[in-house]
Design a protein around this ligand. Structure first.
Ligand SMILES: Cc1ncc(C[n+]2csc(CCOP(=O)(O)OP(=O)(O)O)c2C)c(N)n1
Ligand SMILES: [Mg+2]
Length: 291
C-alpha cells in the first residue's frame, strides 16, 4: 500500500496502514497466512463458500493490497485509486479478508459471511461492501468491466492502474477473449490481468474439461505482453507487477502458477473444496496447519 500521490488528490484522512508504505515481503508473508486463516474460519462458519480458489490467490491479492495498490481504506471511492477487480467472484472470502485487514471494515465482520443482511454475501456486491469495485459471480465479465474502467481512466486523464483477477477456468468464457482483443486494440497500458492458473475449475482439471494450452501464446496472439510467475512467491509476484509497470501502450497479463487450496494439506488440488466449506473438524486441522 502506498500514499495517495501528490497532485489532485482529495484531502482525506490517510490511515496508519497506508502511512507505513509498502510492506516487506516477510510481513506480507505473515499477512498471507492471516488471510488463509480468515478464509478457513469464514467459510467454515458459513458452512458454504469457495475455499479452494480463494486460497490459491492469497499471495496475488496480498502483493496487490499490501505492496502495490495506491488506495485508501478510509476513502474507498477516492477517484485516483488503483482499481482491483475480482472477476472470479467466488473468491469473495479472500477479497473480504484482504479488505478487512486493510481497514475497509472491521475484521470481526468477516464472521458474518453469507448471513442474511450481512454486507459480505457469497459473491461481492459493490453497492454493499466498501472497497469492492464490481459485483461479480457470473464468470467472464470482469475483464470487459476492467477494459471500460481503464478506458475511462485514460479519457479522464487519471493515472490510476487497473488490475483484474481471472480464474483459468473462467478463461473458457468467450467474453474474456472479446475483452482481451479490445484491450490490445485500445493499447491499454494501464491494464494488468492476472490469471490464477491453478489448473482446475469446478468439475475437473482444465486440461480435461477445456484445454487452454498453449495459454501464453493465446494471450500473445491477442496482443498482450505475457509474464509468467510462481503465484505463491511474493517476491517474484512483486517483481512481475513492477515489470508490468514498465510496459507501455500494451496490456499485460500475469499468468500466476498456483495450487488450488494452497496452504492446507488436504485441500490442495482437492476438487471437493472448490465449492464446499470445511467441516468444524477440518477447520480445526486447517487452522493448526496455518499457525
Ligand atoms: C457464467 C458462470 N458459469 C458458471 C459458474 C459456476 N462456477 C463457479 S466457479 C466455477 C469454476 C471456475 O473455475 P476457475 O475460473 O478456474 O476458478 P478457480 O479455480 O480459481 O476457483 C464455475 C464454473 C459461474 N459462476 N458463472
Ligand atoms: Mg482454476
Amino acid at each position: 500500500m502506498s500514499m495517495p500521490g501528490s497532485g489532485d488528490t482529495p484531502k482525506t484522512d490517510v490511515g496508519a496502514a497506508i502511512q507505513a508504505g509498502p510492506l516487506a515481503v516477510k510481513q506480507m508473508d505473515t499477512i498471507a497466512r492471516k488471510l488463509r486463516r480468515h478464509i478457513i474460519s469464514m467459510t467454515g462458519k458459513a458452512g458454504s463458500g469457495h475455499p479452494g480458489g480463494s486460497l490459491s490467490a492469497v499471495e496475488i491479492v496480498t502483493a496487490l493490497y499490501f505492496g502495490l495498490l495506491r488506495h485508501n481504506p478510509r476513502d474507498p471511492r477516492w477517484p485516483d485509486r488503483d482499481r482491483f477487480i475480482l472477476s472470479k467472484g467466488h473468491a469473495a472470502p479472500l477479497l473480504y479478508a484482504a479488505l478487512a485487514e486493510c481497514g475497509y471494515f472491521p475484521v470481526e465482520e468477516l464472521a458474518t459471511l453469507r448471513q442474511l443482511d450481512s454486507r459480505l454475501q457469497g459473491h461481492a456486491d459493490w453497492t454493499a461492501t466498501p472497497g469492492v469495485e464490481m459485483s461479480a459471480g457470473a464468470l467472464g465479465q470482469g475483464l470487459s468491466f476492467a477494459v471500460g474502467v481503464a478506458l475511462a481512466g485514460r479519457l479522464n486523464l487519471q493515472e490510476y492502474r487497473v488490475y483484474v483477477l481471472l480464474g483459468d477456468g473462467e478463461c473458457d468464457e468467450g467474453q474474456v477473449w472479446e475483452a482481451a482483443m479490445a484491450a490490445a486494440h485500445f493499447k491499454l497500458g494501464n491494464l494488468v490481468a492476472i490469471v490464477d492458473n491453478n489448473g482446475q475449475q469446478i468439475d475437473g482439471w482444465n486440461r480435461d474439461v477445456m484445454n487452454l494450452d498453449p495459454f501464453n501464446e493465446k494471450w500473445r496472439a491477442f496482443g498482450w505482453h505475457v509474464i509468467e510467475v510462481d503465484g505463491h512467491d511474493l517476491a517474484r509476484l512483486i517483481g512481475a507487477f513492477d515489470q508490468a509497470k514498465l510496459i507501455k501502450g500494451q496490456p499485460v497479463v500475469i499468468i500466476a502458477r498456483t495450487v488450488k487450496g494452497k496452504g492446507v494439506s488436504f485441500m490442495e488440488n482437492n476438487l471437493d473444496f472448490h465449492g464446499n466449506a470445511p467441516t468444524a473438524d477440518e477447520v480445526a486441522i486447517a487452522l493448526k496447519e496455518l499457525e
